[in-house]
Ligand binder design. Structure first.
Ligand SMILES: *Cc1c(COP(=O)(O)O)cnc(C)c1O
Ligand code: SF4
Length: 356
């Protein structure tokens, strides 16, 4: 068994195992026993948890909570709505589509960890949605749709698949002449960095006209470790750019110092912040959600102007009609016949001539 497979084999799945890492609270114990939802934490990620603080950002993302049974604001059958599964064109279950030129190709519903804030939780955690995920149906559909130039491989977590399966998926997609790029969405850099093995890197590496990009999912600076830095380095070393997609989580990364540190530390391990997502209204995520404006405020108060523009992700609300970017709205103060008036992150103003 390879080290990453051992990590999965030894993943925390019981109260007894969890007690080796943290002092489990009564609330956490009840959530595990009473909710009966899927959960699993690889030892690497479990070792990042604070033993005594139930508000620890790593702990809150991974240990079940009774609040998951509260659902005041979530949209019922969220994933079917979000991924346009009930309307419009007929597609295999493994294809989610919102855009003309790109799709999400869902290749597994298995993950290394079951993130408590997952917007696909109906599929990954709750089992309230069952999808028939068939790779061959996916390849056939993509081959049949010449407008698809960008395939985003997702799940679940596609890096949970064996090396052979990953190699096969890449090979099949590269055989489709209109596919110009392949993206993998994976949380393994965060939760199971051992997965980024030399063998996997060999499969992903090499100069090719259909490049591979990796998008990962760090939400808190505490998740950035020597091991995840090494995993990111290995990928970039073989020509794979690594980008990050964070989720805005109440009490975890919704304050300016934490969010700035996250963005800066990502660059320090060669990972470029790509998106900050508003926490989606899937059922049972009320306790993670902030007001929509919060993300734009963070961009304003934590990163834009305060640190390099390379550390600034785009803040988006993911919806059934695509991602809606939301910027802080204070930069543009006024436009009149003679000039534009702008404001910067410090509140200073300047003007530029309005040249018609
Ligand atoms: C997010 C998403 C994409 C990719 O969007 P980008 O903005 O290109 O990263 C594609 N398809 C679906 C269904 C998505 O949810
Ligand atoms: S790894 Fe991704 S798909 Fe899996 S539970 Fe976490 S957020 Fe959801």
């Amino acid at each position: 068994m390879e080290a990453w497979q051992e990590q999965l084999h030894n993943a925390v799945r019981t109260l007894e195992q969890l007690r080796r890492y943290i002092n489990v609270t009564e609330e956490e114990e009840r959530a595990i026993k009473e909710l009966g939802r899927r959960w699993q934490i690889p030892p690497h990620y479990a070792s990042l948890m604070d033993r005594d603080d139930p508000a620890c950002p790593v702990r809150r993302q991974s240990v079940p909570s009774l609040l998951e049974s509260v659902n005041k604001y979530g949209i019922p059958n969220y994933l079917e709505w979000k991924e346009n599964r009930l309307i419009g064109e007929k597609r295999p279950d493994c294809i989610a589509r919102q855009y003309h030129d790109r799709i999400a190709f869902c290749v597994t519903q298995v993950c290394s960890i079951y993130c408590r804030h997952c917007f696909r939780k109906e599929l990954t955690i709750d089992d309230s949605l069952s999808l028939h995920l068939d790779l061959e149906e996916g390849f056939a559909w993509i081959a049949d749709h010449p407008e698809i130039r960008d395939v985003l491989i997702t799940g679940g977590d596609p890096f949970i698949l064996t090396d052979d399966k990953i190699e096969y998926i890449i090979r099949r997609l590269r055989e489709i002449s209109h596919v110009e790029m392949i993206r993998f969405g994976t949380r393994t850099l965060v939760t199971l960095p051992d997965r980024i093995t030399e063998k996997l890197c060999r499969i992903l590496s090499g100069f090719h006209s259909v490049p591979i990009w990796v998008n990962t999912h760090f939400n808190h600076p505490r998740e950035i470790t020597e091991d995840s830095a090494r995993a990111a380095y290995r990928l970039t070393q073989c020509g794979i750019p690594v980008n990050n997609q964070s989720v805005l989580l109440r009490g975890i990364n919704d304050d300016a110092p934490t969010f700035r540190k996250l963005c800066q530390k990502l660059l320090a391990i060669r990972v470029r912040p790509y998106y900050l997502f508003y926490c989606e209204p899937a059922p049972g995520l009320d306790h993670f959600r902030t007001p929509v404006e919060k993300g734009a405020e963070l961009i304003r108060d934590a990163v834009r102007g305060h640190t390099t523009g390379m550390a600034q992700p785009m803040y988006v609300v993911a919806t059934n009609i695509g991602k809606i970017p939301i910027s802080p709205d204070y930069y543009f103060v006024e436009k009149n016949k003679a000039e534009y008036i702008f404001r910067n992150y410090k509140g200073e103003q300047t003007t530029l001539p309005n040249i018609p």
